[in-house]
Design a protein around this ligand. Structure first.
Ligand code: ADP
Length: 490
């Protein structure tokens, strides 16, 4: 047994000494300055103000980005309204779908460039942006292109109609993919769009604006305005918006819900999470540990559905903990552009501060902290993969969303105890169950209060399946046939 463990350790250690394998930056064409994309053209902001977007891996400036104010938001909404009334509403569904297919294919053609820019701007590993973000973004456009002329089949006998202008606000964890999640179904259902990317990751949305321009989408059908919270608030409060689609923090989600209360604006809110991964003693343990690692550490834990709480059945707790620690030691934290990197940079200094605050809180609350011993670069924003054991249900690290590579581990004895503990959270976005028994999976999935539950896998996404939460994780579903409904009167 001991010698087996040593062999595994040895393999892991050697994998950390791999020669650097950086992806070339040469494909990434980033302009010095980006304006607002309104009515099919790039326009200077009325504020005349620009802010910097930086590479969180080395803190170097990548570009200056226009800061849209209320006047710019209004211009974009007017452009979207005109495009809706005069063009898009009258465009046949078949024609709409051709434009969406064209955008999908152009994303595929520029996949390498988009992946490198996503990694430079957001800090996520190139493996993640290349193998997940960009192909999944293209797949969303392909998938919804297919629905555009089949809406009557999606909602039989219900005459689905578009809403009008959709205001869409997205976060920094999956910048291009979130834009695709929001734009593709809106266009397929005949709506026009004003989209605001997050202030720390605007570049791939602006590249998407270039693609949309090249695809000859009629001017004003998609408008992309950059800026921070005030720009987003101006969009939410604009009287001529018919729908708000928001993905981001629960705090901002609550502000948005208050702002649109009493208006006719339809809304979908995809907010925070504190997902439970539950490992039973009959689970394939290596597979489960790999799923837990994938669920919380890859993408730096910057995932609303990150499995940030782990519940392990007491009888296998020790072995699971050891396997987790061994696997954590093998993870490579560092240059996101390096193809060997597992955990890239934290998206911003502000987010790193939040994570570090929670590391202190966890220790002050009496939990035991373990971090992998890897080196991290001196410049840039990085966090070692971290686990807390000896965690109580009431601890803030077990209740609040940290949005970083930090896992709170607890134990349980029975199925009922696991369900009770897992459901003891204000959130309800996702969960994971690891067991060999189908009956246990059915029991757990029917009792866990979460919008998405994975069994013996984690963080699997597909354009055909709906995604969304319960409780403070928001409402409405994105993806799949359900994702169409949020953009239609049915
Ligand atoms: P996170 O904590 O993940 O950064 P936020 O909710 O702060 O999430 O941000 C998600 C998106 O919401 C970003 O595009 C951000 O600029 C925008 N945003 C922030 N504050 C507001 C607001 N008051 N109204 C509308 N959008 C906002």
């Amino acid at each position: 047994m001991a010698s087996k463990k040593n062999t595994i350790k040895l393999q892991f250690n050697s994998s950390r000494n791999l020669a650097p394998a950086p992806e070339s930056k040469s494909v990434a064409k980033i302009a010095d300055k980006y304006d607002l994309f309104i009515n099919g053209k790039f326009e200077k902001p009325s504020s005349k103000k620009y802010f910097n977007t930086i590479n969180p891996a080395n803190e170097e400036k990548l570009s200056s980005i226009a800061e849209g104010n209320g006047a710019d938001v209004n211009k974009a909404v007017v452009a979207a309204r005109n495009a809706y009334e005069k063009i898009w509403k009258k465009t046949s569904a078949k024609e709409r779908s051709k434009y969406i297919y064209r955008i999908a294919r152009m994303i595929q053609e520029r996949a390498r460039e988009l992946a490198v820019i996503e990694t430079l701007d957001g800090g996520k590993s190139i493996r993640e942006s290349r193998d997940f973000d960009v192909p999944t973004a293209a797949n969303h456009f392909f998938y919804y292109a297919g629905w555009a002329d089949k809406l009557e089949y999606a909602f039989p006998n219900r005459k689905p109609q578009s809403l009008g202008v959709a205001g869409q606000i997205i976060p920094w964890n999956f910048p291009l993919l979130m834009a695709a999640w929001k734009i593709a179904p809106a266009l397929a259902t005949g709506n026009t769009v004003v989209l605001k990317p997050a202030e720390t990751t605007p570049l791939t949305a602006l590249k998407l604006a270039e693609i949309i321009q090249e695809a000859d989408l009629p001017p004003g059908v998609v408008n992309i305005i950059t800026g921070a919270g005030a720009t987003g608030a101006a969009l939410v409060n604009h009287p001529d918006i018919n729908k708000i689609a928001f993905t981001g923090s629960t705090d901002v989600g609550k502000i948005i819900q208050k702002a649109i209360a009493g208006t006719n604006k339809k809304a979908t809110l995809e907010l925070g999470g504190k997902a439970a991964n539950i490992i039973f003693d009959d689970a394939p343990l290596d597979q489960a540990v790999e799923g837990v690692i994938n669920g919380i550490f890859f993408n730096q834990g910057h995932v609303c559905c990150a499995g940030s709480r782990l519940f392990v059945q007491e009888s296998v707790y020790k072995i699971v903990l050891q396997k987790l620690k061994d696997r954590m030691e093998s993870l490579i934290v560092g240059d996101p552009l390096d193809k060997n990197t597992d955990i890239g940079a934290i998206n911003s200094k502000q987010q790193l501060d939040v994570i570090q605050k929670y590391l202190k809180i966890g220790q002050q609350e009496g939990a035991d902290m373990f971090q992998s011993s890897c080196n991290i670069p001196k410049k840039g924003f990085y966090c070692r993969p971290t686990i807390f054991t000896n965690v109580a249900q009431s601890n803030r690290i077990a209740q609040e969303e940290i949005f970083g590579p930090v896992l709170a581990i607890q134990t349980f004895r029975t199925e009922d105890e696991a369900i009770e503990k897992a459901n003891n959270t204000p959130f309800g976005l996702s969960a994971g169950v690891w067991t060999d028994k189908g009956s246990k999976i059915f029991n757990m999935t029917s009792k866990l209060r979460a919008g998405v539950i994975w069994a013996n896998t984690y963080n699997k996404f597909d354009p055909t399946s709906p995604f969304g939460g319960y409780k403070e994780s928001g409402f409405g579903r994105e993806g799949g046939l359900h994702g169409l409904e949020g953009y239609l009167k049915v």
